[in-house]
Write a protein that binds this ligand. Structure first.
Ligand SMILES: [Zn+2]
Length: 89
């Protein structure tokens, strides 16, 4: 079922991992972070603005700065900076 995001819903924001080292490891890998929808692009509901809640800080990613694009790929294959609906556990 395809849901449409709306202001105030909680989604996951995919953090950017740090660059991959020559040996293939990363200091920080991508993580799902809690994010609240602050805006929805009226022309494309898959592009949203979010307020991201990291464990020790928060930041805002508004549509005016490009917003976040839906990426429904499996964990590990998603683009950093994208959003998706929280996984069912
Ligand atoms: Zn997630």
């Amino acid at each position: 079922m395809q849901q449409t995001p709306s202001v105030g819903r909680v989604v996951h924001y995919v953090s950017h991992g740090t660059p991959t080292r020559p040996d293939g490891t990363q200091a920080y890998t991508q993580q799902c972070r809690a994010a609240i929808v602050t805006e929805v692009d009226p022309a494309d509901a898959t592009r949203i603005g979010v307020a991201v809640l990291n464990p020790s800080g928060q930041f805002f990613h508004p549509l005016a700065a490009g917003g976040c694009v839906l990426d429904e790929a499996p964990a590990g294959a998603r683009d950093g900076g994208s959003w998706h609906w929280p996984e069912r556990v």
